[in-house]
Design a binder for this molecule. Structure first.
Ligand SMILES: [Zn+2]
Length: 283
Protein backbone atom coordinates (compact mmCIF):
# COMPACT_ATOMS: atom_id res chain seq x y z
CA UNK A 1 0.00 0.00 0.00
CA UNK A 2 1.21 3.45 -0.95
CA UNK A 3 2.22 5.67 1.93
CA UNK A 4 2.87 9.42 1.88
CA UNK A 5 4.65 10.96 4.82
CA UNK A 6 3.70 14.48 5.80
CA UNK A 7 4.93 16.16 8.97
CA UNK A 8 2.87 14.85 11.92
CA UNK A 9 0.36 13.22 9.59
CA UNK A 10 0.30 9.55 8.76
CA UNK A 11 -1.62 9.27 5.51
CA UNK A 12 -2.49 6.03 3.72
CA UNK A 13 -4.92 5.15 0.99
CA UNK A 14 -7.91 3.10 2.01
CA UNK A 15 -9.68 0.42 -0.03
CA UNK A 16 -13.09 2.16 0.28
CA UNK A 17 -14.29 4.65 -2.29
CA UNK A 18 -16.56 7.64 -1.83
CA UNK A 19 -19.43 7.56 -4.32
CA UNK A 20 -20.96 10.96 -3.60
CA UNK A 21 -19.13 12.82 -6.35
CA UNK A 22 -20.38 13.07 -9.89
CA UNK A 23 -19.49 14.74 -13.12
CA UNK A 24 -21.67 15.55 -16.13
CA UNK A 25 -21.36 13.41 -19.23
CA UNK A 26 -23.78 13.59 -22.18
CA UNK A 27 -26.24 15.46 -20.00
CA UNK A 28 -26.11 12.86 -17.24
CA UNK A 29 -24.54 12.73 -13.79
CA UNK A 30 -21.91 10.03 -13.65
CA UNK A 31 -20.47 8.92 -10.32
CA UNK A 32 -16.76 9.44 -10.01
CA UNK A 33 -15.48 7.17 -7.23
CA UNK A 34 -12.90 8.84 -5.02
CA UNK A 35 -10.41 6.69 -3.18
CA UNK A 36 -10.68 7.36 0.54
CA UNK A 37 -7.62 7.96 2.66
CA UNK A 38 -6.67 7.31 6.25
CA UNK A 39 -5.57 10.38 8.16
CA UNK A 40 -4.41 9.82 11.71
CA UNK A 41 -6.39 6.62 11.86
CA UNK A 42 -9.55 8.16 10.41
CA UNK A 43 -11.02 7.13 7.05
CA UNK A 44 -11.96 10.24 5.05
CA UNK A 45 -12.68 11.27 1.49
CA UNK A 46 -10.26 14.01 0.44
CA UNK A 47 -12.77 15.48 -1.99
CA UNK A 48 -15.48 15.67 0.69
CA UNK A 49 -12.98 17.37 2.98
CA UNK A 50 -12.12 20.03 0.41
CA UNK A 51 -15.81 20.65 -0.29
CA UNK A 52 -16.50 20.94 3.41
CA UNK A 53 -13.68 23.43 3.86
CA UNK A 54 -14.83 25.46 0.87
CA UNK A 55 -18.33 25.57 2.33
CA UNK A 56 -17.02 26.70 5.69
CA UNK A 57 -14.94 29.39 4.04
CA UNK A 58 -17.89 30.60 1.99
CA UNK A 59 -20.05 30.63 5.10
CA UNK A 60 -17.38 32.57 6.93
CA UNK A 61 -17.14 35.10 4.08
CA UNK A 62 -20.89 35.48 3.87
CA UNK A 63 -21.18 35.89 7.65
CA UNK A 64 -18.49 38.52 7.44
CA UNK A 65 -20.31 40.36 4.63
CA UNK A 66 -23.51 40.17 6.70
CA UNK A 67 -21.78 41.64 9.73
CA UNK A 68 -20.34 44.47 7.66
CA UNK A 69 -23.71 45.21 6.07
CA UNK A 70 -25.45 45.15 9.44
CA UNK A 71 -22.84 47.48 10.89
CA UNK A 72 -23.16 49.81 7.90
CA UNK A 73 -26.91 50.02 8.43
CA UNK A 74 -26.49 50.50 12.16
CA UNK A 75 -24.04 53.33 11.57
CA UNK A 76 -26.21 55.34 9.15
CA UNK A 77 -27.67 57.21 12.13
CA UNK A 78 -24.25 58.08 13.49
CA UNK A 79 -22.40 58.70 10.26
CA UNK A 80 -24.98 60.36 8.04
CA UNK A 81 -27.20 62.39 10.34
CA UNK A 82 -26.99 66.17 10.05
CA UNK A 83 -27.18 67.87 13.42
CA UNK A 84 -27.40 71.49 14.43
CA UNK A 85 -26.14 70.67 17.88
CA UNK A 86 -23.94 67.74 18.95
CA UNK A 87 -25.52 67.52 22.41
CA UNK A 88 -28.46 65.76 20.78
CA UNK A 89 -26.19 62.70 20.47
CA UNK A 90 -26.71 61.93 24.16
CA UNK A 91 -30.50 62.16 23.96
CA UNK A 92 -32.43 59.13 25.22
CA UNK A 93 -35.94 58.59 26.52
CA UNK A 94 -34.44 58.04 29.95
CA UNK A 95 -32.75 61.44 30.09
CA UNK A 96 -35.69 63.40 28.71
CA UNK A 97 -36.73 65.26 31.83
CA UNK A 98 -40.48 65.36 31.92
CA UNK A 99 -41.80 67.37 34.82
CA UNK A 100 -44.65 69.36 33.35
CA UNK A 101 -47.91 67.60 32.59
CA UNK A 102 -47.64 68.16 28.85
CA UNK A 103 -44.09 66.79 28.72
CA UNK A 104 -45.05 63.68 30.65
CA UNK A 105 -47.98 63.04 28.31
CA UNK A 106 -45.96 63.69 25.19
CA UNK A 107 -43.12 61.44 26.27
CA UNK A 108 -45.68 58.71 26.95
CA UNK A 109 -47.20 59.31 23.52
CA UNK A 110 -43.77 58.98 21.88
CA UNK A 111 -43.16 55.72 23.74
CA UNK A 112 -46.48 54.42 22.43
CA UNK A 113 -45.46 55.36 18.89
CA UNK A 114 -42.12 53.66 19.51
CA UNK A 115 -43.89 50.44 20.45
CA UNK A 116 -46.04 50.59 17.33
CA UNK A 117 -43.01 51.22 15.11
CA UNK A 118 -41.18 48.32 16.73
CA UNK A 119 -44.09 46.10 15.72
CA UNK A 120 -43.57 47.19 12.13
CA UNK A 121 -46.32 49.78 11.75
CA UNK A 122 -45.71 52.69 9.43
CA UNK A 123 -46.47 56.08 10.97
CA UNK A 124 -45.81 59.67 10.15
CA UNK A 125 -45.42 61.68 13.33
CA UNK A 126 -45.48 65.45 13.66
CA UNK A 127 -44.04 67.18 16.71
CA UNK A 128 -45.09 70.76 16.86
CA UNK A 129 -44.81 73.52 19.39
CA UNK A 130 -42.70 75.82 21.46
CA UNK A 131 -38.95 76.03 21.06
CA UNK A 132 -36.89 74.13 23.59
CA UNK A 133 -39.58 71.69 24.66
CA UNK A 134 -37.37 68.80 23.60
CA UNK A 135 -39.03 67.78 20.34
CA UNK A 136 -35.68 67.02 18.70
CA UNK A 137 -34.55 65.23 21.84
CA UNK A 138 -37.56 62.91 21.71
CA UNK A 139 -37.07 62.25 18.00
CA UNK A 140 -33.39 61.44 18.31
CA UNK A 141 -34.13 59.25 21.33
CA UNK A 142 -36.71 57.39 19.28
CA UNK A 143 -34.27 56.80 16.41
CA UNK A 144 -31.59 55.54 18.77
CA UNK A 145 -34.06 53.25 20.44
CA UNK A 146 -35.20 51.77 17.12
CA UNK A 147 -31.61 51.51 15.89
CA UNK A 148 -30.62 49.46 18.94
CA UNK A 149 -33.82 47.45 18.94
CA UNK A 150 -33.21 45.49 15.75
CA UNK A 151 -29.44 45.54 15.64
CA UNK A 152 -29.22 41.79 16.21
CA UNK A 153 -31.53 40.67 13.41
CA UNK A 154 -30.14 37.68 11.58
CA UNK A 155 -30.68 38.91 8.04
CA UNK A 156 -28.82 42.21 7.60
CA UNK A 157 -31.39 43.34 5.05
CA UNK A 158 -33.93 43.40 7.87
CA UNK A 159 -31.85 45.84 9.89
CA UNK A 160 -33.74 49.14 9.74
CA UNK A 161 -31.82 52.31 8.98
CA UNK A 162 -32.37 55.57 10.86
CA UNK A 163 -31.49 59.14 9.92
CA UNK A 164 -31.85 62.50 11.63
CA UNK A 165 -31.73 65.56 9.37
CA UNK A 166 -31.70 69.07 10.75
CA UNK A 167 -33.25 71.19 8.00
CA UNK A 168 -31.09 74.23 8.56
CA UNK A 169 -27.88 72.21 8.41
CA UNK A 170 -29.11 70.40 5.32
CA UNK A 171 -29.94 73.68 3.55
CA UNK A 172 -26.53 75.06 4.48
CA UNK A 173 -24.74 72.01 3.06
CA UNK A 174 -26.71 71.98 -0.19
CA UNK A 175 -26.15 75.71 -0.65
CA UNK A 176 -22.45 75.14 0.00
CA UNK A 177 -22.35 72.34 -2.60
CA UNK A 178 -23.46 74.81 -5.29
CA UNK A 179 -20.07 76.51 -4.95
CA UNK A 180 -17.95 73.71 -3.54
CA UNK A 181 -17.81 71.07 -6.26
CA UNK A 182 -15.97 68.60 -4.00
CA UNK A 183 -18.78 68.49 -1.47
CA UNK A 184 -20.60 65.17 -1.29
CA UNK A 185 -23.69 66.91 0.08
CA UNK A 186 -25.35 67.65 -3.21
CA UNK A 187 -29.09 67.97 -3.47
CA UNK A 188 -29.33 64.56 -5.15
CA UNK A 189 -27.08 62.84 -2.64
CA UNK A 190 -29.19 64.06 0.25
CA UNK A 191 -32.49 63.27 -1.47
CA UNK A 192 -31.38 59.68 -2.11
CA UNK A 193 -30.07 59.34 1.41
CA UNK A 194 -33.31 60.59 2.92
CA UNK A 195 -35.52 58.46 0.69
CA UNK A 196 -33.45 55.35 1.30
CA UNK A 197 -33.65 55.07 5.08
CA UNK A 198 -36.41 53.29 6.97
CA UNK A 199 -36.92 55.94 9.65
CA UNK A 200 -36.34 59.61 8.91
CA UNK A 201 -36.59 62.66 11.14
CA UNK A 202 -36.84 66.08 9.50
CA UNK A 203 -35.84 68.32 12.34
CA UNK A 204 -36.93 71.92 12.69
CA UNK A 205 -38.83 72.25 9.46
CA UNK A 206 -39.03 75.88 8.41
CA UNK A 207 -35.88 76.89 10.26
CA UNK A 208 -33.89 76.70 7.04
CA UNK A 209 -36.04 79.42 5.48
CA UNK A 210 -35.22 81.93 8.19
CA UNK A 211 -38.84 82.80 7.70
CA UNK A 212 -40.23 82.91 11.19
CA UNK A 213 -42.96 85.55 11.23
CA UNK A 214 -42.45 86.42 7.59
CA UNK A 215 -44.35 85.27 4.56
CA UNK A 216 -41.22 84.33 2.65
CA UNK A 217 -41.41 81.02 0.86
CA UNK A 218 -38.77 78.31 1.12
CA UNK A 219 -36.13 78.50 -1.58
CA UNK A 220 -36.56 76.45 -4.72
CA UNK A 221 -34.08 73.76 -3.81
CA UNK A 222 -35.65 73.14 -0.41
CA UNK A 223 -39.05 72.85 -2.10
CA UNK A 224 -37.59 70.34 -4.53
CA UNK A 225 -35.94 68.33 -1.74
CA UNK A 226 -39.05 68.21 0.41
CA UNK A 227 -41.23 67.28 -2.52
CA UNK A 228 -38.87 64.53 -3.71
CA UNK A 229 -38.35 63.14 -0.23
CA UNK A 230 -42.01 63.03 0.78
CA UNK A 231 -42.87 61.55 -2.60
CA UNK A 232 -40.15 58.91 -2.40
CA UNK A 233 -41.00 58.01 1.19
CA UNK A 234 -44.66 57.13 0.77
CA UNK A 235 -45.24 54.01 2.85
CA UNK A 236 -42.24 54.72 5.07
CA UNK A 237 -42.09 56.31 8.51
CA UNK A 238 -41.17 59.99 8.63
CA UNK A 239 -41.14 62.31 11.62
CA UNK A 240 -41.00 66.07 11.45
CA UNK A 241 -40.55 68.71 14.11
CA UNK A 242 -41.28 72.41 13.81
CA UNK A 243 -41.88 75.48 15.92
CA UNK A 244 -44.01 77.33 13.46
CA UNK A 245 -47.75 77.29 13.39
CA UNK A 246 -49.08 74.80 10.87
CA UNK A 247 -50.62 77.67 8.92
CA UNK A 248 -47.26 79.40 8.57
CA UNK A 249 -45.70 76.15 7.42
CA UNK A 250 -48.24 75.86 4.62
CA UNK A 251 -47.26 79.30 3.37
CA UNK A 252 -43.61 78.21 3.21
CA UNK A 253 -43.87 74.93 1.38
CA UNK A 254 -45.56 73.22 -1.44
CA UNK A 255 -48.86 71.90 -0.05
CA UNK A 256 -48.64 68.48 -1.63
CA UNK A 257 -45.30 67.62 -0.07
CA UNK A 258 -46.37 68.93 3.27
CA UNK A 259 -49.69 67.15 3.40
CA UNK A 260 -47.96 63.86 2.66
CA UNK A 261 -46.09 64.37 5.90
CA UNK A 262 -49.26 65.13 7.78
CA UNK A 263 -51.10 61.98 6.74
CA UNK A 264 -52.04 59.82 9.67
CA UNK A 265 -52.45 62.84 11.90
CA UNK A 266 -50.15 61.59 14.63
CA UNK A 267 -49.46 64.88 16.37
CA UNK A 268 -47.37 65.52 19.44
CA UNK A 269 -48.08 69.11 20.41
CA UNK A 270 -46.30 71.28 22.93
CA UNK A 271 -48.24 74.39 23.90
CA UNK A 272 -47.43 74.93 27.54
CA UNK A 273 -43.98 73.48 28.09
CA UNK A 274 -41.30 76.02 29.01
CA UNK A 275 -38.10 76.37 27.05
CA UNK A 276 -35.67 73.95 28.73
CA UNK A 277 -32.65 75.55 27.15
CA UNK A 278 -33.04 78.96 28.68
CA UNK A 279 -34.80 77.79 31.82
CA UNK A 280 -37.88 79.36 33.23
CA UNK A 281 -36.76 82.23 35.38
CA UNK A 282 -39.09 82.92 38.30
CA UNK A 283 -38.43 86.69 38.15
ZN1 LIG B 1 -16.42 12.22 -0.91
Amino acid sequence: MQQIQLPNVALTFHSEECLKHTYRKNGQDVVKPIQKIVVNGEVVCPRCQVEEQTKELQQFESDRADRIEKLRRYNVLYKESLLSDETILTATFANYTATEREEIENKELMLQYRDRLRKGEQLNIILQGVTGAGKSHLCYALLKDLNEYDKNVEDPREKKTCLFINMEEMARLIRDSFRNKDSKYTENYLIELMIGVDYLVLDDLGSETGAIDTDKRATDFIQRVLYAVTNGRQGKTTLATFNLAGKTLYTLYDKKGLSRLMTGKNFVVFKETTDKRTGDLPF
